[in-house]
Design a protein around this ligand. Structure first.
Ligand SMILES: Cc1cc2nc3c(=O)[nH]c(=O)nc-3n(C[C@H](O)[C@H](O)[C@H](O)COP(=O)(O)OP(=O)(O)OC[C@H]3O[C@@H](n4cnc5c(N)ncnc54)[C@H](O)[C@@H]3O)c2cc1C
Length: 387
């Protein structure tokens, strides 16, 4: 058994440190405040070959695995730069196209997406279906050999800056299928197409990628836009959920580490009684040490989940546990770090409280903590289902 990273993997993890010299947390927060996509940072990451990390080399990617993608995202987040599009676009959308797209679709989308010329977002959530994706009501109705898409999606990250959305829709309504997982299809929808409109959703989370409702009104789609088999999209979708959970784990561990490192620096210098740095008080030191341990344990679980995924083994158990552990550990780490900063933690200048909303979001999205626990309870431990 070997827990060491290879030299190349170590470099991928440390890449975030070098990027942060040019595009640091301050830059990321400035973009968030202006609701402006961090185009300079994204283009640098694309130029350095990291947007296409998991895309095969013949389509402009780096041909690496989930382990490397995890290390890359964790390394950026260690520096306080959690780029969400790298989850919904670079991994979920490009990963699915690379795996299930036709040769023509790969040529059409992947080289431009890897180079940063076009971006994807991922759209599954609907206002009425919520967590229960089986009940989505958007429908792409067959019309000869073409499809007409109608429906609505909500909370779609980066929909305004993206060129395409990978949309999960029904091609058979849920009331007409034998098995509830039948009748789903994934389409790459051009967001400039006739019949597509969007509405901004203001959220209380500092992040440069903004949230949008998407409306589809008689949007014309062809078989060339369907990614994977028509009506069998759920199986494809299922394969994208573990990568998403793993990378949420990467972001939470990184942000937790970033907050703790900031707290250690601050608590080692700040003195308010007897010339003793506040970091010497065990009332602060022990929570920091405990949070640090939780982050490192979650990070190990996330790495294991990524490794299992790369072995083409069933990764649901470890991906879910990694996401659960990392979202809890990241949230705890930010809370503990915040306490060290006293009043300064709540100022814009120090920017510590600003870390909290995003890391806390990741307990609720993309899959809430309760559904993750349901998965572990039912699927992993064999307990009966309540819902
Ligand atoms: C900032 C942000 C970005 C997002 N980005 C995207 C995106 O890019 N693409 C996309 O498709 N979606 C996106 N989402 C949507 C996100 O995935 C959903 O909000 C999330 O899955 C929860 O669904 P819901 O909001 O409808 O909650 P609901 O389904 O209404 O659930 C509410 C709460 O009920 C509880 N609950 C529900 N069912 C159960 C159960 N069976 N057992 C126990 N408890 C349960 C949970 O605590 C849950 O938090 C985003 C959301 C936000 C806020």
């Amino acid at each position: 058994m070997d827990f060491d990273l290879t030299t190349e993997q170590q470099q991928i993890l440390e890449y975030g440190n070098s990027v942060a010299k040019q595009y640091d947390r301050r830059y990321w927060l400035d973009c968030a405040e202006k609701r402006e996509f961090p185009a300079g940072l994204y283009q640098k990451v694309a130029d350095d070959g990291f947007v296409g990390m998991m895309v095969p080399e013949q389509y402009g990617g780096a041909g690496q695995g989930m382990t490397e993608m995890h290390l890359f995202l964790e390394g950026l987040s260690n520096n306080g730069i959690p780029l969400l599009n790298l989850v919904v676009g670079a991994t979920m959308s490009l990963g699915l196209i690379a795996k299930y797209g036709t040769e023509q679709q790969k040529q059409r989308f992947l080289p431009d997406a890897c180079s940063g010329k076009i971006r994807f977002c991922f759209a599954i959530t609907e206002p009425d279906a919520g967590t229960n994706s089986m009940r989505i009501t958007s429908v792409a109705k067959r019309n000869g050999n073409r499809f007409t898409l109608n429906g609505q999606k909500t909370f779609i990250t980066d929909a305004d800056g993206s060129d395409y959305a990978l949309v999960v829709t029904r091609t058979i309504p849920h009331t007409e299928v034998k098995r509830k997982t039948d009748g789903f299809t994934l389409f790459a929808v051009d967001l400039k197409a006739k019949g597509v409109s969007k509405q901004y959703i203001p959220v209380s989370i500092p992040a440069p990628e903004t949230q949008w409702q998407l409306f589809f009104d008689d949007v014309d789609l062809g078989p060339e836009d369907a990614i994977g088999e028509i009506d069998r999209g759920f199986e494809i979708l299922f394969n994208s959920l573990n990568p998403e959970r793993i990378l949420v784990g990467s972001i939470c561990c990184g942000l937790g580490r970033y907050a703790l490192n900031r707290a250690v620096d601050y608590a080692s210098g700040r003195k308010v009684f007897n010339n003793t740095p506040i970091g010497a008080y065990q009332g602060l030191q022990h929570p920091l040490a405990s949070a640090y341990t939780d982050v490192e344990m979650a990070s190990l679980m996330t790495l294991k989940a990524a490794w299992i995924y790369d072995q083409s083994r069933e990764a649901g158990e470890f991906s879910n546990m990694a996401k659960l552990a990392a979202a809890d550990a990241g949230t705890k780490a930010v809370d503990v770090a915040l306490q060290c900063f006293g009043g300064n933690g709540f100022t814009k200048e120090y920017g510590i409280f600003d870390i909290y909303p995003l890391v806390r979001l990741l307990k609720t999205a993309p899959l809430n903590r309760e559904m993750i626990l349901n998965y572990i309870g039912e699927r992993v431990m064999g307990l009966p289902r309540s819902y």
